[in-house]
Design a protein around this ligand. Structure first.
Ligand code: SF4
Ligand code: SF4
Length: 378
């Protein structure tokens, strides 16, 4: 289907149409100096004019005079917060004569979300989590219930962040499928519009409620050129050729000691990652001993506690835990799920307090192999 032209001023009508259909619309907002995802009721709730500057351990928002709705790249929040909540009660129980009676079970009235402003790399992250939670041996009921009703409005990237490397991971900056609607924002001297691509029938039905028309060849070319510019300006690059084998060959590389000497085991990198999914389960009772509950909350393979398995820590050193995290993302994930576990969003680089950079760690190991092989031939 040919893409459509929608004037930027009609974005508000799109948001209203989603709310009228019963969706809870979640999109980007500025809060506490960062870009977060939360409820969006009008287009003016969006971060109009804001852009982000990102580098290793560096994140700043800056207001510009260009009234772009989606001029930023990504912030510390990810959509998994809504599909796979950071903390969740699995069940509550009350003591009865001789036993327990369950008084609360997993949610059965899942929120009906519409995500507005999903970046192409984030769409791929959702697809990866679908694989884990919906397509494996065990289906996660919370994720399933939230995912089934989800309406996805993707916004293609026309600006790359300083830590982005989606081109390397083949996950952006353009989304090709998996959405209901995809938008590309174009701002020119005399025109501010969205090029809209329809991905589903319900996407088309929604668009019918908003003024639009078929896009001209010139408008399509302008949108494509904007996305192409983002592709050419990636902040980072990760060479993925032979990556799994490279990491398996270098399990004892001295670089793991170097990175471990800097790593704080703070787990920031996993909390901001859109694909990480480690959780822990905790049981608690109240002071009377009459009530008990079981909670699930996000955890991280970077923490010492997470590596505790009956009697000892299976990854007692920071080196072992960082190596586990990176090799899972870029090697063992491939064996498990047939694809990398990283979509190149760059969050782990930006939000690591000491600026550890996944692309740099891989590059260092790859370079050392090249140097060793050169030395061997000379
Ligand atoms: S590993 Fe880092 S760059 Fe890759 S998806 Fe996770 S946060 Fe993004
Ligand atoms: S790599 Fe950075 S963000 Fe991740 S645990 Fe280590 S210090 Fe924290």
């Amino acid at each position: 289907m040919c893409p459509f032209y929608m004037e930027s001023r009609h974005l508000d009508a799109l948001i209203q149409a989603l709310w009228q259909r019963g969706y809870r619309v979640i999109g980007p907002r500025v809060r506490d100096g960062a870009l977060v995802y939360d409820e969006v009721h009008t287009a003016q709730d969006l971060p109009v004019g804001w852009i982000d500057q990102q580098d290793a351990a560096t994140y700043r928002l800056r207001k510009t005079d260009r009234p772009l709705f989606f001029g930023y790249v990504v912030g510390p929040y990810t959509w998994k917060k809504f599909l796979y909540p950071p903390e969740q009660v699995l069940w509550r129980a009350r003591r009865t004569n001789g036993g327990f009676e369950v008084v609360h079970e997993e949610e059965n009235d899942a929120p009906h979300y519409a995500f507005l402003g999903v970046r192409p790399c984030e769409l791929q992250a959702i697809a990866l989590q679908d694989r884990i939670f919906l397509q494996g041996s065990y289906v996660d009921p919370t994720y399933k219930a939230r995912r089934e009703g989800l309406f996805l409005v993707v916004v293609n990237c026309t600006r790359a962040g300083g830590t982005c490397f989606c081109v390397s991971m083949n996950t952006g900056p353009l989304a090709r499928s998996g959405f209901d609607l995809s938008l590309t924002e174009v701002l020119r001297e005399d025109d501010h519009f969205f090029l809209v691509t329809v991905g589903t029938e319900r996407g088309m039905a929604l668009l019918q409620e908003v003024p639009h028309r078929p896009a001209s060849t010139e408008e399509i070319a302008a949108a494509e050129a904007a996305v192409e510019r983002a592709a050419l300006r990636m902040g980072r690059h990760l060479e993925t050729r032979g990556l799994k084998e490279l990491l398996y060959r270098n399990y004892e590389h001295p670089r793991w000691d170097e990175v471990a000497a800097r790593c704080l085991s703070c787990a920031n990198c996993t909390m901001v990652c859109p694909t990480c999914f480690c959780v822990t389960v905790e049981d608690a009772t109240d002071l009377t001993g009459q009530y008990a509950e079981r909670r699930r909350r996000w955890d991280s393979c970077l923490t010492l506690d997470f590596s505790y398995i009956h009697g000892h820590h299976v990854r007692a050193s920071t080196k072992a835990r960082y190596r586990q995290w990176l090799t899972h993302k870029l090697a063992t994930w491939v064996d498990q799920f047939g694809t990398f576990g990283c979509v190149g969003c760059g969050r782990c680089i930006t939000w690591c307090p000491v600026g550890i950079d996944i692309t740099e760690e891989v590059r260092a190991i790859r370079e050392s192999e090249k140097e060793a092989s050169l030395a061997a031939t000379n």
